[in-house]
Design a protein around this ligand. Sequence first.
Ligand code: PMV
Length: 316
Amino acid sequence: MEKNIGVGRALGKIILMGEHAVVYGQPALALPFPAVETKAFISKRPGPVQLDCIYYKDELVKAPDILLGLSEMVKGIVEAYGEKLEGFEIRIESTIPPERGLGSSAAVALATSRALYKYFNKPLSYEDQIKWAGVSEKIVHGNPSGIDSATIGGEEALYYIKGQPFQSFEMKLDGYLLVADSGRKGQTKEAVSSLRAWIEDNPVEGEGLIKELGDLARLSKEAVENNQLEVLGQAMNQAHEILDRLGVSDPGLNQLVGQARKEGALGAKLTGGGRGGAIIALVKNKEDGLKIGAKLKDAGARNTWIYNLRDGKDDK
Ligand code: PMV
């Protein structure tokens, strides 16, 4: 039975450690980021399915390439339900800045699949939600590890290894993460493919650095579980240097990371795909987060958030 409206929502995510290395089978740590979220609204509307979002407002099937992942996912779900691709409108509202490595594309996919399921009043299991988000992410990102969909789908801190069952972990750190949006779009797809080419040209160094990122993620999991702020901060610093060496940072991100450290952060690194997007900095308390966040804004960051690593809540 069709209802008049279906609403779905999904949070953002932060990769604490292990981005890029996770594509090569190394572990990564990712956290749900409730300070930002995406909502999808589906309502009755005669004619071909319409899409209304910041990028585009018109027929879904004519949407530009950047929305191809979403439109293919919607087609797939509607077909799997035995319904027709007509008679409704999808409206997306989001506070997740797009293309910043904060999970916008996976959140749009998950919020939309959840809204479709409510609109058509048909079941969509957790596994299916992740699967459909994966269909969209594959088109958007090329060859995603699946970490974004898994973290956003489950809304739990995850120790993620591609192809293995999801493992949640407890955050027991008395500290805060400062998240800063550089204001520039990240380039995950390009960063992932150029890193692949670089590793092919430099296999010994490349594979060694990827393995080091994996070791740092393993160490960081222990640090998070044992409340070792300094250990985590140093691991973040080392991970950033490696990501920079691998060519997925850029001068703007390096500047924000350097500034955060200079102002007293215990560690700082890029988060997500890089080459634009966002950075994270580990700080002892909320006051430090606010102070350093203001400095990062002076240095050009568009927006900042403070994230309590004890309970994962946004503390803005
Ligand atoms: O979507 P982003 O920008 O957070 O990137 C995801 C993390 C990568 O490891 C760079 C890619 C992937 O598929 O895991």
